[in-house]
Design a protein around this ligand. Structure first.
Ligand SMILES: C[C@@](CO)(OP(=O)(O)O)[C@H](O)COP(=O)(O)OP(=O)(O)OC[C@H]1O[C@@H](n2ccc(N)nc2=O)[C@H](O)[C@@H]1O
Ligand SMILES: Nc1ncnc2c1ncn2[C@@H]1O[C@H](COP(=O)(O)OP(=O)(O)O)[C@@H](O)[C@H]1O
Length: 289
């Protein structure tokens, strides 16, 4: 298999453009309504087939043992589910901050599932891959369906949407936010009334909020001060449970101006919102209409 060129695929970031917590299931998981949109920035995964069935990932991620790495977990899951006897060498170029609310781990898992499906010639439907992916994380299915989406349930009930695609400046406040800690916090509101997708879209970006924001501000003052600084300059929000926050801008020039104003030492980047995942464009693979 060594003379076959490697498959080089993007694993884009996502933003939660809106996030409503509408309830809690009996297993403790919170039911959400959210709008997912992709960014034109992300990790890159290089995949090469192996005939001996082995799965090998380089480099190791700091603080993440291989058995917990979502790339290897996704690869093993696909091998088991399909009965495929082939293996792969996987190389990850990690750009997205881990645990930042940008969905990097989930996106890596989705790129692995779709990439190996292609490399191993399995041809599984996107819906089957999304079902497998849901076992790895609530955010994995949207990366497999590949379209900006209105999501309900814990993020698995997806309806494709077309959103405004402005420029964003994403800032990492330099601290880690624990998703379980946010969802366990007694002050988190869990009773936002559900709305229809049509109403959410009609309200537009100016009306979109993230229900985790008040709790994350309280638990992590660094997130609160970053949001305050950004909000004084452009409409800004938390993505997921954080720690990243993002400002919405009308043009690349405005994004550049905001970056130039940013206090030294902050970690920030500009990115474009995308309604179609670059992963599906790279593979030429879209759900049939
Ligand atoms: C809320 C979102 C929005 O995109 O946040 P981010 O992870 O992107 O920040 C995600 O759906 C996060 O989904 P997922 O990626 O599965 O969360 P995990 O880190 O695995 O969840 C850690 C813990 O948070 C709690 N949790 C998570 C998701 C959810 N809908 N309800 C919960 O109560 C559960 O206790 C879970 O064990
Ligand atoms: N390939 C991976 N990339 C990133 N994180 C991973 C990966 N595999 C496992 N993880 C674990 O998943 C956690 C959540 O990662 P990530 O998806 O980047 O953040 P978030 O869910 O906040 O958007 C990380 O803190 C890390 O412990």
């Amino acid at each position: 298999m060594s003379d076959v060129p490697p498959l080089v695929l993007p694993a884009p970031a996502k933003l939660n453009r809106l996030l409503r917590i509408v309830g809690q299931r009996s297993d403790g998981y919170h039911t959400l309504q959210t709008l997912f949109q992709f960014l034109d920035i992300g990790d890159t995964l290089t995949l090469r087939g192996r005939g001996d069935g082995k799965l090998h990932l380089t480099p190791a991620l700091p603080g993440v043992p291989d058995e917990a790495n979502l790339i290897l977990r996704a690869a093993r899951l696909l091998k088991e589910a399909s009965g495929c006897r082939l293996g792969a060498d996987l190389h990850l170029e990690k750009r997205l901050p881990m645990g930042g609310g940008l969905g990097g781990g989930s996106s890596d898992a989705a790129t692995t599932l779709l990439g190996l499906d292609h490399l191993w010639g399995l041809g599984l439907p996107l819906a089957t891959l999304a079902d497998l992916g849901l076992a790895l994380g609530a955010d994995v299915p949207v990366f497999l369906h590949g379209h900006a989406a209105w999501a309900e349930g814990i993020g698995e009930r997806l309806t494709p949407v077309t959103l405004d695609t402005p420029w964003f400046v994403v800032v990492h406040p330099g601290i880690g936010v624990s998703t379980p800690a946010v969802f366990k916090a007694p002050q988190l509101t869990r009773d936002t009334p559900p709305i229809t997708m049509a109403r959410a879209l009609q309200g537009g970006a100016a009306s979109w909020r993230n229900d985790c924001e008040a709790t994350v501000r309280e638990l992590y003052p660094e997130v609160a001060s970053t949001l305050d600084w950004l909000n004084a300059r452009a409409p800004s929000m938390l993505t997921g449970t954080g720690a990243c926050v993002f400002a919405r801008l009308a043009s690349e020039r405005e994004a550049d101006n905001l970056l130039a104003e940013m206090p030294e030492g902050w970690s920030a980047f500009k990115a474009r919102g995308l309604d179609r995942s670059p992963l599906h464009d790279a593979l030429g693979r879209w759900p049939s209409a």
